[in-house]
Design a protein around this ligand. Structure first.
Ligand SMILES: Cc1ncc(COP(=O)(O)O)c(C=O)c1O
Length: 397
């Protein structure tokens, strides 16, 4: 299959498995049992139309982190009431569009944004549906670059500041409080921090109700990690069970915003070896035709991905540095990684690249965005063609 795909579309290319996405979605969904809930797929993980449409067909709504992602969610069949809009620095035009659409919730991140939104909605004669993003000061124990729930992070408002802000929302006719939102980080592999964040949000909701400040939903964000090393990943059922347990004394709608756990393990980056080099006494380098422009995670946060030849050659594994072709030292997928022998032209896959892979791709070095392919059983479809130089240059004079 990988050979056929590489022959048809070339390398590097992203290949996603629809079956794996369906399974991951069904598992999370079923874990809620009969508890009313909503799954808002976090488009930031991968907003390829084919994947968003697939998830939408399964019943998913959307968590958008920019107005571009809002528009993509709409084009993939979401209604405005299936979309929540998060983001630490929403521009006035983004807020205006969100208000005009009457999105399910605008997740507000600061008192200043709340004020700007209230004025903007009032000017338009509208009522903006607001969820307040609270920062519970909980350490997600993930990588520091993807932790968002500590006081020292730029996200949300301190949870103790929330009651006063909900009172302000109640006092402003152009705002309606619909929810509390929390998101403490990504690639979280310990369930305790996620559970504690959920408990903190539920306690706040209870407090608000006692003050006569009702809301509609609790949004626990995303963050559940996957096993990049192929070991055991946190159990999605247990994750949902803990959220449901934390919320058992409320009848509010429970929402989550999973990204990685839905699409991460469903994608591989298919690439080819373009060079192998070693000088006496020095490291052995395997150079791939994919690099940080296609998959930025290793360069950005030293992320680990399993990397395997599609057709392993016989012979002992040797430690190699697996690198991309880009003129940056951080363009390195793995250091001192045991790899079976490979030769120039061999196909190699980088596993678990479905989330924060294609979505973070760039045109650095005028490299072309790679094609994307969706596998479904034995069949596969090219869901994005390779960008051409003309596509790229069309924006320029
Ligand atoms: C607000 C928000 N929701 C959801 C997510 C999805 O997170 P993950 O892919 O870890 O599930 C993110 C990503 O960090 C986010 O910023």
């Amino acid at each position: 299959m990988f050979d056929q795909i590489a022959d048809a579309v070339g390398t590097p290319a992203y290949v996603y498995d629809a079956g794996a996405i369906r399974t991951a979605y069904a598992r999370l969904d079923a874990a809620f049992g009969d508890r009313p809930h909503a799954i808002h797929y976090a488009l930031k993980a991968n907003s390829s139309l084919a994947l968003v449409r697939l998830l939408r067909s399964l019943g998913s709504g959307a968590d958008a982190n920019s107005i571009g992602e809002v528009e993509v969610a709409l084009r993939c069949g979401c209604t405005p009431r299936d979309i929540v809009f998060t983001g630490v620095g929403k521009r006035a035009d983004e807020l205006a569009r969100a208000v005009d659409l009457d999105l399910l919730a605008i997740n507000v991140e600061s008192p200043g944004e709340l004020d700007r939104l209230a004025r903007l909605a009032a000017d338009r004669g509208a009522v903006a549906r607001v969820a307040l993003r609270v920062n519970p000061d909980i350490d997600a124990r993930s990588h520091p670059h993807i932790s968002t729930g500590l006081k020292s992070n730029k996200f949300g408002v301190p949870i103790d500041a929330a009651p006063a802000l909900f009172r302000e929302i109640a006092a402003r006719p152009s705002l309606a409080a619909v929810g509390i939102h929390v998101h403490i980080g990504s690639q979280i592999t310990a369930l305790d921090p996620l559970e504690r964040a959920a408990e903190a949000v539920v306690a706040l909701a209870t407090d608000l109700r006692a003050q006569g400040l009702p809301i509609e939903h609790l949004d626990f964000g995303g963050g559940l990690g996957i096993a990049y090393d192929g070991g055991t990943a946190p159990d999605p059922d247990e994750y949902v069970r803990r959220i449901v347990r934390a919320a058992k004394h409320t009848d509010l709608l429970l929402a989550i915003e999973p990204g990685r756990v839905l699409v991460g393990a469903a994608g591989v980056l298919l690439t080819r070896v373009v060079d192998v080099k070693q000088f006496p006494g020095a490291k052995r380098f395997v150079v791939l035709d994919a690099g940080m422009t296609e998959l930025m995670r290793p360069a950005l946060y030293d992320a680990f991905h399993r990397i395997e030849p599609v057709h392993p050659r016989p012979g002992a594994e040797v430690p190699v540095d697996i690198v991309g072709p880009i003129c940056e030292s951080t363009d390195t997928f793995a250091r001192d990684r045991a790899l079976p022998p490979v030769e120039v032209g061999d196909l190699v896959i980088v596993r678990d690249a479905g989330a924060y892979g294609a979505a973070m791709g760039s045109n650095y070095l005028r490299r072309l965005l790679p094609p994307e392919v969706l596998l479904d059983g034995e069949a596969w479809t090219v869901t994005r063609r390779r960008q051409t130089l003309d596509d790229m240059l069309a924006l320029e004079v």
